[in-house]
Design a binder for this molecule. Sequence first.
Ligand SMILES: *Cc1c(COP(=O)(O)O)cnc(C)c1O
Ligand SMILES: [Zn+2]
Length: 394
Amino acid sequence: MINHIELERASFLTDLKCPECGTTHNSAVVNTVCVNCASTLFAQYNLHTGISKDILTGRPATMWRYKEFLPVIDEKHIVTLGEGFTPILPVKNLKKFTGDNEVFWKDESGNPTGSFKARGISAAVSKAKELGIQVIATPTAGNAGGALAAYAASAGIQAIVYMPKQTPQVFKDECHLYGAQLVEIDGNISDCGKLVNEQAALNNWFQVSTLKEPYRLEGKKTMGYEIAEQFNWQLPDVIFYPTGGGTGLIGIWKAFDELEQLGWIDSKRPRMVAVQSASCDGIVKAFHAGQTVSDFTDGGFTIANGLRVPKPYADKVILKVLRQSNGNAITITDEEMSAAVKEIAKTEGLLFAPEGAALWQAYKKLKATQWVKSGEKVLLLNTGSGYKYLENII
Ligand SMILES: *Cc1c(COP(=O)(O)O)cnc(C)c1O
Ligand SMILES: [Zn+2]
């Protein structure tokens, strides 16, 4: 058991480790990627404390209920707007499609700024505040920009957001309203990434670009903690995830690892399914071709702007997780996503982002081929609110 004095330190964070070359990095200073090989860094925690899951009893219904396994050392630096601990809802009126599968949505649409990006950004902005950072910049396909703008406002930090011009207006408006500086780019998120990179170096901005900063991953991993806790520490058989940069997929997998080390779950793992837009399917292609990295792939506009990531920085890790889990990868077209948004709204009363609605079509396809087997328990992660996408859905 841990003693009282240790309990006053919110986090069990130790250092950061490179999963590729093993180099450790000091977590008390600002970090980006591995100094040796440029891989994404993974935060490490002291998980051998014999700590019981009873600590969660009575904790607030936000992702910070897992504060021991999040990177903020001093609780006063936590920047929270109530993110996380989102509901898991059973598929109800669409049951005629699910046969004897138990199928659930984990609905992230109620998060601050309407998407699960709130989780990663809450963790990253909190840690940045703890480390004394004053300006944070990011490239975004939409939702990360809004989330950064909101959390930075709350933290008293300046946010700078680079976003493709083609993104629906609401994503731009929210950045302005939250006081961020918005730069619209005639290009995709990769183009935004290159430009932010140049400007950040010139102006000494801190960047929270997906998986080039270690703590957004930590925020998103809390979905894995919640999936375990909300299913009473029995993981589902299959989890479907809409894959852009892959933070949630990698984070959930990391969470399950940590929970096993804590002794809170056993070694059974779900099969992880990456769902991509047909216009941006680099991971799906690489997975089925047996490649360990993906090729740059961009077929242009998709209504699922969160999935238009032509070359995820952590493609290697995404592909590793899919293979380790005996998972799968599948694409869905814009027409199919749009139809699914409408079908789910009309029957279940839930207005999902196209990224999340895509999972419903992916599930039906993999059930039809019997890759999802009868009797299996399935979780579909709806990552955002459909309200932000109406101009492209209706
Ligand atoms: C960003 C985003 C995704 C993709 O998340 P990654 O962590 O980049 O894979 C999926 N859905 C929505 C709604 C998003 O905003
Ligand atoms: Zn390395």
